[in-house]
Write a protein that binds this ligand. Structure first.
Ligand SMILES: [Mg+2]
Length: 372
């Protein structure tokens, strides 16, 4: 089964979170950018992947189109792990992390989709999960509001929808306090800060936020790879930390885990190196008794790949183990209408079709495609 063709399909889907426009990379983020990758084999089988993109979508697309795809045409699509090893090795001089590995991640996801389709099972089952996986617990990942009243309102709305846990993207103590007051005691509250502080500032803020009973404090320190500073912060503050969305390949997770930096590791399938590297991280984390909480604030094939990986993770569904992150925003359209909304109690159904479990809606791909 040879790779015959690779296409990139950039999508921009408007969404509404009822707050100020989010911004990433210094620019407003007006739509959810999804870079879909379509891999076609000489047998006519189609595999779907997704590269992390947000505001760097044109760069990732160019990396795939100009550098990654040409090397893979004609290669054996069934040799996923060796092909991905080869891609990492041959592209390492262009940067191990960032755009390069986002591009590799998308191809890897598509090849795993093909591998599972080839034998007619969902990917989670191919990776060792059950044929009929249970529902996966999710948490509502609120976007940034910087307004305690807005935060409290959104927290109440998410809880009313049945979500069992909430994550904020806030750095202010008033917003965190408002969330805790709105949700009461006992409901898990996570706070994602996206690397704002020095180690000393993070210590001050962790102590300030601690009375609000955080389930985890996520990425409190810049630079994100200062794992020894994270370890010191977790040890001295007594607040559980989480990180990993900015770590690429299992190699960086060795370092996180060896440094005892965090309680929760958060590989992102569209960034870490796809299913291949994600699954290595699961094994590493399990061997050290750490919990994997995937980073998954996206809605393309990467979302489905995350669900399939959760189906195969040994601790999914146990208390505090393996929740999926769902951006708490309303999309104008979705590629997978039956897979991106919780079915009950903030839990998500893992689709059981072959491969990633479901196929993207061609009308959505046509209507929301970004035209050059
Ligand atoms: Mg995060």
């Amino acid at each position: 089964m040879k790779i015959a063709r690779i296409d990139t399909i950039p999508l921009a889907i408007p969404h509404e979170h009822d707050g100020p426009p989010p911004a990433w990379g210094g620019r407003a983020w007006e739509a959810l950018n999804i870079l879909v990758v379509r891999v076609e084999t000489d047998e006519g089988l189609i595999g779907w992947g997704e590269a992390f993109s947000y505001n760097c979508m044109p760069s990732v697309q160019a990396m795939i189109d100009s550098t990654v795809a040409p090397v893979l045409i004609g290669r054996d699509a069934t040799q996923v792990t060796s092909l991905m090893r080869e891609m990492q090795q041959s592209l390492h001089l262009f940067g191990r992390y960032g755009i390069t590995i986002f591009a590799i991640s998308a191809i890897d996801i598509a090849l795993w989709d093909l591998a599972a389709k080839r034998v007619g099972v969902p990917l989670g089952q191919l990776l060792g999960g059950p044929a009929s996986p249970p529902l996966v617990p999710g948490y509502a990942s609120l976007l940034k509001y910087r307004d305690p009243e807005l935060v409290a309102g959104k927290v109440r709305a998410a809880l009313d929808e049945g979500y069992p846990a909430i994550k904020l993207h806030e750095t202010g103590e008033p917003e965190v306090a408002a969330a805790r007051e709105a949700m009461g005691e006992g409901v898990p509250l996570c706070v994602d800060t996206n690397c704002p502080w020095t180690p000393v500032q993070a210590q001050v803020m962790a102590n300030r936020l601690k009375p609000h009973d955080l389930y985890w404090l996520e990425e409190p320190i810049f630079p994100p790879e200062d794992f020894s500073a994270l370890a010191r912060l977790q040890r001295e503050s007594g607040v559980d930390l989480a990180c990993g969305e900015n770590a690429c390949t299992a190699v960086e997770f060795w370092r996180i885990i060896d440094a005892e930096a965090v309680r929760y590791v958060q590989p992102s399938v569209t960034k870490v190196g796809g299913v291949t590297e994600f699954f290595k991280v699961v094994a590493l984390a399990e061997s050290r008794g750490l919990t994997v909480m995937p980073h998954s604030p996206y809605f393309g094939p990467g979302w489905l790949a995350t669900l399939q990986l959760l189906a195969a993770m040994p601790l999914t569904g146990t208390p505090g183990g393996g929740w999926i992150e769902r951006f708490y925003t309303r999309l104008e359209a979705t590629l997978y209408p039956h897979c991106v909304s919780p079915v009950e109690g903030g839990q998500f159904r893992i689709p059981i079709g072959p491969g990633l479990g479901a196929e993207p809606d061609p009308d959505v791909m046509r209507d929301y495609r970004v035209r050059a």
